[in-house]
Design a protein around this ligand. Structure first.
Ligand code: ZN
Length: 380
C-alpha cells in the first residue's frame, strides 16, 4: 500500500510539476512572442500610423547627412528602437522600388516591377494585394500618400494602385483618382491629372503654394506640384516635403477613427543613382525634417505609431579610412536598411532585423488586423 501510495502521490506530483513546467514554458513562449516576434504586437492599439520611407536610404546615407549638417537629433536618436529591414523581392536579392514598396504596403514580397500585386501564379494569373491604405479605410480611418516623387512613382503607387507593370503610369493615375478612396495624394506633377478629371471624382486639384494653403479640413485633395519637393528650397511655387507632412497630419487627424499616412522621400534614391552627394544630402536632410515632424507629433500623444524605414539601399555607400563616405555603385544594393520605431516597444527590438514584408504586417496588426487578415489577396 505504502509503495502504491507513494507511487500514486509520485505520479500526481509529477503531473502537477509537468503542468506547471508546461504552463511556465507556454507563458514564456507567449511572452517571447509578444516581446520579440511582433506576431502579437500591439493588436489594434494605434489610432494613427505614420510610415515614412526614405527611398534608397541606407544607414550610411543618414550618417553622411549627419556629418554634413551636424544633425544631432536624427531619426536614430529620436526613435525609441532601431532595427533593420531585409529588403529582397520575390524575384531577386536586390529589389526595385516597385517590389520594395509593395512589401512595405501589402505585406508580401513580389516580382521586381510589380506594384500592389502578388507574384503571378503558374498560369499567369495576377492576384491583387490589399494595401495599408485600403486596410485603414476598412477601419474607417482617413488615409494620405505624400511623396517628393511623381504620384505614379513606384512607392506612392504601391499604396494606391495595383498593376503588374510599374510603367503603366496612366492606369496607375486612373486608379488613384477613380478607385483609391484616399483622402489626400500630394506629389510631384506627372502631368496627367486635369482639374475636370479630379473634380469629377471629388478631388480638389492643387498645383501651387496658394492653392495648397487654401485647402480646408475635410477637403479631399490631389496635389500635383512642379517644384523640387525633396529640397528644403523647392526652387518653385511648391511646398517642400516637411511642409507637406505637417499639413497632411493636420488635415487627417480630426477623424475619431484615426488615420494612416505614408510619406516618401524619393530623391535619396534618385540622386544616389547619379552618385550625386551634392543633391542626395539635402534630400536626406529634408526627409529627416519630415520624420521629425511625425516624431514630435507622436511624442505629444499616446495613440500614434511612427515607422521610419527604406525600401532598399542605393549606391552601396561606404565609410573610408579618412572618415569620408563614398559611393561604390549607381544601383540598388541588397543590404539591410534602417527600421526606426516610435510609440511601440513591441514592434522591433534594437538591432533586430526583420523581413520587409513583416514591417507592413506589423503595421496592419497595430491598426487592428488579425494575423490571418493581412496580407489579403483578391483575384484580378
Ligand atoms: Zn532606385
Amino acid at each position: 500500500m505504502a509503495n502504491s501510495f507513494y507511487a500514486l502521490r509520485g505520479t500526481a506530483f509529477a503531473k502537477v510539476i509537468a503542468v506547471l513546467i508546461s504552463a511556465l514554458l507556454s507563458l514564456n513562449l507567449a511572452m517571447n512572442s509578444i516581446l520579440y516576434s511582433g506576431e502579437e504586437a500591439d493588436p489594434g492599439d494605434y489610432k494613427n500610423v505614420i510610415l515614412l520611407i526614405g527611398d534608397g536610404m541606407g544607414f550610411n546615407h543618414l550618417y553622411w547627412m549627419e556629418q554634413k549638417y551636424g544633425v544631432d537629433a536624427n531619426i536614430f536618436t529620436m526613435a525609441q528602437y532601431v532595427g533593420g529591414s531585409k529588403t529582397q523581392s520575390s524575384s531577386a536579392y536586390v529589389t526595385d522600388s516597385a517590389a520594395g514598396g509593395t512589401a512595405l504596403a501589402c505585406g508580401t514580397r513580389t516580382t521586381n516591377g510589380a506594384l500592389g500585386v502578388f507574384p503571378q501564379d503558374q498560369f499567369g494569373v495576377t492576384y491583387v494585394a490589399m494595401n495599408l491604405c485600403e486596410l485603414a479605410q476598412s477601419y474607417g480611418k482617413m488615409t494620405g500618400v505624400v511623396t517628393s516623387d511623381d504620384n505614379s512613382g513606384a512607392t506612392p503607387s504601391s499604396f494606391s494602385a495595383h498593376v503588374y507593370d510599374r510603367d503603366e503610369k496612366e492606369e496607375i493615375t486612373r486608379q488613384q483618382i477613380e478607385e483609391s478612396g484616399i483622402d489626400l495624394i500630394w506629389a510631384h506633377n506627372n502631368g496627367l491629372v486635369t482639374d475636370d478629371w479630379a473634380n469629377e471624382y471629388g478631388w480638389t486639384l492643387v498645383n501651387n503654394n496658394a492653392e495648397f494653403a487654401a485647402l480646408e479640413e475635410g477637403e479631399r485633395s490631389f496635389g500635383a506640384f512642379d517644384g523640387n519637393l525633396w529640397n528644403t528650397d523647392t526652387g518653385a511655387d511648391s511646398p517642400n516635403l516637411s511642409t507637406l507632412t505637417e499639413k497632411a497630419i493636420d488635415m487627417l487627424d480630426d477623424d475619431e477613427d484615426g488615420f494612416f499616412l505614408m510619406v516618401e522621400g524619393a530623391h535619396i534614391d534618385k540622386h544616389s543613382h547619379n552618385q550625386d552627394p551634392e543633391n542626395m544630402l539635402p534630400s536626406a536632410y529634408e526627409f529627416d525634417q519630415a520624420c521629425r515632424i511625425a516624431l514630435e507629433y507622436a511624442a505629444e500623444r499616446e495613440d500614434t505609431l511612427v515607422v521610419i524605414t527604406a525600401d532598399h539601399e542605393t549606391g552601396a555607400i561606404s565609410l573610408e579610412d579618412d572618415g569620408s563616405f563614398q559611393y561604390n555603385s549607381g544601383s540598388h544594393s541588397g543590404v539591410v536598411v534602417p527600421l526606426a520605431i516610435y510609440g511601440s516597444d513591441n514592434f522591433v527590438q534594437d538591432g533586430e532585423h526583420i523581413k520587409n514584408k513583416e514591417v507592413s504586417r506589423r503595421i496592419a496588426m497595430a491598426m487592428g488586423a488579425a494575423p490571418d487578415e493581412f496580407p489579403y489577396a483578391v483575384k484580378q
